[in-house]
Design a protein around this ligand. Structure first.
Ligand code: UT7
Length: 308
């Protein structure tokens, strides 16, 4: 069966860095609390979702040796669109001169992995090249006087180019899930601010990552011991550690970037993937496990053989 592989990737974060000490200067919080409870040391803040998506998308296209004219479909995962209408992907399509279609996909923090699985389906339906972007400006829907949320969020974007292959592709297994009965645990009403029941989300998140990762690995005929690189959603370093340990994936295989970027929702997994690639942590043939979870609740995991 024909498949697809990632041939380009790129990241973008705003220039402005906000440290824990910056936040402690105006909120009743501390670097010690934020570091210990979340693993976050700083986050980048600024820009718009379309600007960050355009920058990351342009870098991914350049690395793949392509331009927008080569792209059949642009899928933009975001939970912080520039506007309700039109989709933010329309702006990015125009900026990058994407020849094909463009749509937004909102599955909260699981959005990038959802998009990756959907994009593989599009290649089976005949699309040859797809640009996938996860881009967020959570800072715009955050109440900066609410210490519970303000210390967690960051802005950024990550993108990959997915190209159809003649032979076997990269996607070996996947798992997508949702449970809308939990939608009250993490939400932002229209025009409002982000709200989260942190403790409950934490509990569900660890279980979601473990169960969804296990399901995707089982579909690939694999076990956690086969994973060379574990790229989880970056919501809390303690969630990553709890899930990694329960799955039995060695710590040196986890990608952790939350210390530098905070929680960037659907941008966190492509940002982490770009970080691992820049650090030379991925080789052809490696098995990569991506696993996201978030508002909805939703969860999504994908097992890739890097290079196909
Ligand atoms: O990406 C989407 C999914 N999101 C997540 O997965 C996030 C999941 N949840 C979490 O990561 C954690 O629950 C948080 C980091 C949000 C909170 O950590 P926690 O260990 O669950 O803390 P808590 O909410 O139980 O609060 C503990 C204490 C409370 O004080 P008392 O009641 O013990 O006196 C809070 O008021 O910490 C207090 N607190 C803070 N203190 C200093 C809450 N926020 C802060 C803060 N600085 N920023």
């Amino acid at each position: 069966m024909p498949g697809a592989r990632i041939t380009g990737w790129g990241a973008a974060v705003p220039e402005k860095v906000v440290t824990n000490d910056d936040l402690s200067a105006r909120l009743d919080t501390s670097d010690a609390w934020i570091t210990e409870r979340t693993g976050i040391k700083q986050r980048h803040i600024g820009g718009t979702t379309s600007q960050l998506a355009t920058q990351a998308g342009a870098r991914a296209l350049a690395q793949a040796g392509l331009t927008g004219a080569d792209i059949d479909v642009l899928v933009l995962a975001t939970t912080t669109p520039d506007a309700t209408v039109p989709g933010t992907s329309a702006t990015v399509q125009h900026e990058l001169q994407v020849a094909g279609g463009a749509c937004d996909l909102n599955a909260a923090c699981s959005g990038f992995v959802y998009s990756l699985v959907v994009a593989h389906g599009l290649t089976l339906a005949g699309a040859r090249r797809i640009l996938l972007v996860g881009s967020e400006t959570l800072s715009r829907i955050t109440d900066w006087d609410d210490r519970a949320m303000a210390v967690l969020v960051g802005d950024g974007a990550g993108a990959v180019v997915l190209e159809a292959t003649e032979g076997a592709g990269e996607l070996l297994g996947w798992d997508l899930g949702a449970d809308g009965s939990l939608r009250h645990l993490l939400k932002c009403d229209l025009g409002g601010y982000l709200y989260m029941n942190g403790k409950e989300i934490f509990r569900h998140a660890v279980r979601a990552v473990v169960d969804s990762s296990s399901a995707a690995l089982a579909r690939a005929g694999m076990v956690p011991g086969d994973v060379d690189l574990f790229v989880p959603h970056q919501a809390n370093a303690r969630i990553i550690a709890a899930a990694g340990q329960r799955l039995g994936i060695a710590e040196d295989r986890w990608v952790v970037t939350i210390d530098r970027y905070g929680n960037t929702s659907s941008a966190s997994i492509p940002l982490a993937l770009c970080d691992a690639l820049a650090a030379g942590r991925l080789r052809e043939g490696d098995t990569v496990l991506l696993s996201g979870f978030g508002g909805g609740m939703t969860w999504a995991s994908a097992v890739l053989r890097w290079g196909g």
